[in-house]
Design a binder for this molecule. Structure first.
Ligand code: GDP
Length: 544
């Protein structure tokens, strides 16, 4: 007696409720090169979900080039990116969570981390510009993780590349296997509409009612002579030819292949004109996956497991420097997250309770009692969390898949105000926990080096150290080509000892204490690897 009896299984009706909630969730990210139309598409999706009432309500999270040294702009930006971190809405009884991914390349690492929390993505491509650099990088990350992707080719109201050429480009540059689920009729000035292969109907584009949801004409049989009457003889013939080619060249749509990341459906449209967006969304809610299982170091964790687990993929500092608290964004992987319930912070080995977890809805956040797998909760944090931390009901799980990537820029950071050393180190520490940049400590002399993806971050760090922590810093150039995480076959072998001795000047530890080799040129990297073959050098901090 006196023992608590913990039910091993939830009562059946609760279990069904729980499974239903999971099946409803669609958590995804929209990725694109800046200017392809991500913000516009997000806004139109929210309009369909009834989450916003008017166009222009979603603020672009873009950092303009001219804003590089405009700190007010950076602050304004941080405000927007809190507001747009997670945008949720209900559509056709599905709970849709859009996770914001900054397009600016200096914030690419933020986007990579957010991609660890999505279950699928939509890739937006500009019909005139085709596949651009940022798209290539982001799609590569998704491809490596087999994340299901749908491609949306945008701005069909403008002159652009030929649809088949674009499909080729997407296959070649992005390494995807595509199958168009819609096909444009004309383009730019001649843009007449879109044939929806998925639903077998035609949507006509009307220049006058561009802002309205378009008229749909169903067409089961393309040989129907009505087609000529509606779009004209030339366009009808071209469409028939094109669709014949589509059928001959591209594989049939196969949902399983899409879910495995092996096949990517493509839609065409114009986000600005709200054209082709409903088709995209309708197909998306049908085929996109509900929360997928996630690998922890210990085991694979499934969404429908009863016990809660989740991980921190983003940390946002409070906009008010007087309140040092931050918002940690947790993706729920399994079980339910409940308010005022103690959960294990695995890295600290202690239990924490949260009295006011935030859920996100449209552009608002509100306190929530219970959240399900796929959802994101925002937890107020006074410095307990780091990106990548795992929270569970009690099991010692460590979620994988949030590696650090080699930064592109490296600078020494110096203290410019000796009276404020403590503030400086605290500030650096917290900004690194947020994932703003990476800190390396040189083995030889303990000097601190900050590595970033873009030069913009140095200004952000300097500004925030001063305004939030009252500390001043200066930078000094440190020419490094790449940071490589070191893996020794055997830490006691002579080769590794020699490597450490000879390369001492180039060795540092990262924030987790992992050994890093800072190669000063591609040549020295190559030579080092040749000379010490048993020492493996990795471009990311996580390796099998
Ligand atoms: P993001 O950087 O990817 O978020 O791109 P935005 O959504 O901010 O769009 C960049 C620019 O392209 C803006 O001026 C939009 O108005 C414009 N745009 C977006 N979609 C379309 C479209 O379908 N047609 C045209 N002509 N312009 C578009």
């Amino acid at each position: 007696m006196g023992k608590h009896i913990i039910p091993l299984f939830l009562p059946k009706f609760l279990l069904m409720e729980f499974e239903k909630e999971i099946a409803k969730r669609r958590t995804f990210g929209i990725i694109s090169h800046p200017d392809a139309g991500k913000t516009t598409l997000t806004e139109k999706l929210l309009l369909f979900g009834g989450a916003i009432q008017e166009a222009g309500a979603v603020k672009s999270n873009k950092i303009k080039k001219s804003a590089t040294s405009d700190f007010m702009e950076i602050e304004r930006q941080r405000g927007i990116s809190v507001a747009t971190s997670v945008l949720a809405f209900i559509y056709k009884d599905k709970k849709i969570n859009i996770l914001d991914t900054p397009g600016h390349k200096d914030f690419a690492e933020d986007t990579f981390r957010t991609l660890t929390a999505v279950d699928s993505v939509i890739v937006v491509i500009d019909v005139a510009k085709g596949v651009e650099e940022q798209t290539e990088k982001l799609v590569e990350v998704c491809r490596m993780r087999n994340i299901p992707m749908i491609v949306f080719i945008n701005k069909l109201d403008r002159e652009g590349k030929d649809a088949f050429d674009l499909l080729d480009e997407v296959e070649q540059k992005l390494g995807l296997t595509v199958t168009p689920l819609s096909f444009p009729i004309g383009m730019g000035y001649d843009f007449k509409g879109i044939y929806n292969i998925y639903e077998k109907n035609i949507n006509l584009f009307s220049g006058n009612s561009k802002k309205n949801i378009e008229e749909t004409i169903a067409f089961d049989n393309l040989d129907n002579p009505e087609l000529e009457k509606i779009i004209g003889a030339d366009a009808a013939e071209e469409l028939r030819d094109n669709l014949e080619l589509v059928e001959g060249v591209y594989p049939d749509f196969d949902k399983d292949a899409y879910l495995k990341g092996e096949l990517q459906p493509v839609f065409f449209g114009s986000a600005l004109n709200n054209f082709g967006v409903r088709e995209l969304l309708d197909c998306f809610v049908n085929i996109a996956p509900s929360p997928r299982p996630k690998k922890a170091e210990e085991r694979l964790v499934k969404a429908d497991e009863k016990d809660f687990s989740g991980f921190v993929f983003k940390i946002h500092a409070n906009m008010d420097p007087k309140h040092r608290d931050r918002l940690a964004f947790v993706k729920i992987v399994s079980g339910t997250f409940e308010r005022n319930t103690p959960y294990l912070h695995v890295r600290h080995g202690k239990k924490l309770k949260f009295s006011s977890p935030n859920a996100f809805f449209a552009e608002k956040k509100e306190i929530v009692d219970i959240s399900y797998p796929g959802d994101i909760v925002g937890l107020h944090d006074t410095g307990n969390f780091k990106i990548g931390d795992t929270l569970t009901s009690g099991e010692e799980l460590h979620y994988k898949g949030i590696p650090s990537f080699s930064p592109e820029h490296f600078r020494y950071i110096n203290n410019a105000d000796p009276m404020k050393a403590k503030q400086l180190y605290k500030g650096i520490d917290q900004l690194m926990d947020e994932g703003v940049a990476q800190l390396f400590t040189l083995e030889m002399n303990g000097r601190k080096v900050i590595g970033t993806v873009g030069a913009l971050q140095y200004e952000v760090i300097q500004y925030r150290l001063e305004h939030e922590y009252g500390a001043k810093c200066t930078y000094e150039n440190f020419p490094v080509h790449k940071a490589c995480w070191v893996e020794a076959e055997d830490e006691n072998n002579e080769e590794f000892k020699e490597f450490k001795r000879v390369k001492q000047k180039f060795l540092a530890t990262d924030k987790k204490g992992q050994l890093v080799f800072l190669a000063d040129s591609p040549f020295s990297l190559q030579m080092t690897q040749q000379k010490y073959p048993s020492v493996k050098l990795h471009y990311t901090s996580e390796f099998e």
